[in-house]
Design a protein around this ligand. Structure first.
Ligand code: NI
Length: 231
């Protein structure tokens, strides 16, 4: 399931994060290849905030909090554990060729989530599409290749099992936060069914109130979750 989650961050929050990054200067940006695996290192050309650095942790916690309190993210990702979000920047032709993210990811923050299984990948855009040329996130699934370039503050959520890439940024800079989530429900198809069921129950409840049928469907949602969830 590839899901656009709108307005994870408000315009004010985006502005504050960007200002903090700008004030921190160029020195905080490290070569993104430092955190890439053997295959990814050959196709990765971007910059990242040093994972675990005070600035990365401080800004990352803001993004994590915003995501966790967004009902659509919570329903789609069913988060069990999340790493503290990281930040990257693509500029001057920067790109990240086709790859699949590693199955395990480590939280760089002391006392953080430790090692998690990456089930769900999330990118939160911090620049508007007209601020840079290129930089589309391309996610491939069985329906083909999907091109993603969202408004600042919006997020894309997709299965970590997907082949994906970031097209070269040929003008301006593309800033984003990104993270991995270990979901309560490992399989993407099951998460997609639960999300659709949850959204439909929500709409029915708004239309009809808590009729016996709505109560019964809500029970089914929870019983499926109980059947499929791993803690
Ligand atoms: Ni990736």
């Amino acid at each position: 399931m590839l899901l656009h989650v709108p307005q994870v961050l408000s315009a004010t929050q985006v502005q504050a994060i960007r200002q903090a990054l700008q004030e921190a200067g160029e020195a905080v940006w490290a070569d993104g290849r430092a955190t890439a695996g053997a295959q990814a290192v050959q196709v990765k050309a971007n910059q990242q905030l040093e994972p675990g650095s005070p600035l990365a942790v401080q800004l990352g916690e803001q993004v994590a909090h915003a995501l966790q309190s967004h009902p659509m993210f919570a329903s789609a990702a069913l988060p069990n554990r999340m790493i503290t979000p990281l930040f990257n920047r693509y500029t001057g032709g920067g790109t990240y060729g086709n790859h699949i993210d590693g199955a395990f990811q480590r939280d760089a923050r002391a006392g953080g989530a430790g090692r998690i299984r990456s089930d769900v990948s999330t990118t939160v855009f911090l620049c508007d599409p007209d601020e840079y040329e290129g930089g589309e996130l391309i996610v491939e699934d069985s329906y083909g290749a999907h091109e993603v370039k969202l408004q600042a503050g919006d997020a894309i959520v997709y299965p970590s099992t997907s082949l994906h890439r970031v097209e070269p940024v040929t003008r301006g800079a593309r800033l984003a936060a990104f993270l991995w989530t270990q979901s309560l429900v490992r399989e993407d198809a099951r998460r997609a069914m639960l999300f659709e069921l949850d959204m439909n129950i929500l709409a029915l409840r708004q239309q009809l109130g808590d009729t016996p049928q709505v109560v019964s469907l809500t029970g089914h949602y929870h019983n499926l979750l109980r059947m499929w969830a791993e803690l």
